[in-house]
Design a binder for this molecule. Sequence first.
Ligand SMILES: O=P(O)(O)OC[C@H]1O[C@H](OP(=O)(O)OP(=O)(O)O)[C@H](O)[C@@H]1O
Ligand SMILES: O=c1cc[nH]c(=O)[nH]1
Ligand SMILES: [Mg+2]
Length: 209
Amino acid sequence: MAVFEIQHPLVQHKLGLMRKAGISTKNFRELCSEIGALLTYEATRSLETETISIDGWQGNAISVENIKGKKITLVPILRAGLGMLDGVQTLLPNAKISVVGLYRNEETLEPVAYFDKVVRDVDERTALIVDPMLATGGTLIATIDLLKAKGCTQIMGLFLVAAPEGIAKLEAAHPDVDIYVASVDESLNEKGYIIPGLGDAGDKIFGTR
Ligand SMILES: O=P(O)(O)OC[C@H]1O[C@H](OP(=O)(O)OP(=O)(O)O)[C@H](O)[C@@H]1O
Ligand SMILES: O=c1cc[nH]c(=O)[nH]1
Ligand SMILES: [Mg+2]
């Protein structure tokens, strides 16, 4: 498993803005989406291309590069994953969307699954999981379990902030899954929040705090 922490100045600057106390819903959501796009640019570096022949503007056949295989499926995890989706889709406008819904029980911190609508042929596609926060890792592991149970074998994840505890748990459960993050933060607090983190990302995106 590889963890790519994207050190690009735009990513780091935008993430810094998101950490400010009292940030508005509008700004938080916009930055979430913008970093989503930048992480997508990095994660899609690993996609394979193939050379195909097309008719060029001069009327003769020319060779161009084309991303191999079926279109990616994006897997936003409700709710907070929706906050990154717009940005991710600016770079992958034809991706198929497989929505999954899980929330963390606030006392046990265990994930509770309540929805999934995954593209039928997920076994033939790369899945790109999208969620701003990787904390204990429970939600991500449950999502990967669900995708693998449906036959998916190529899985990557995009997160704004990840905790070392969640990364270690992911490595033990799914060592084949690479993740792209804007920051690996310091730790989790006693309530399972990432420190310094962003607070409750879902509440900040949807204005429900
Ligand atoms: O790694 P974990 O410890 O499982 O925590 C991470 C999960 O917690 C948050 O969702 P939350 O449960 O707050 O749901 P929400 O998106 O509906 O707010 C976050 O968006 C992740 O999905
Ligand atoms: O810090 C955290 C941990 C889980 N979910 C969040 O939204 N934030
Ligand atoms: Mg939440």
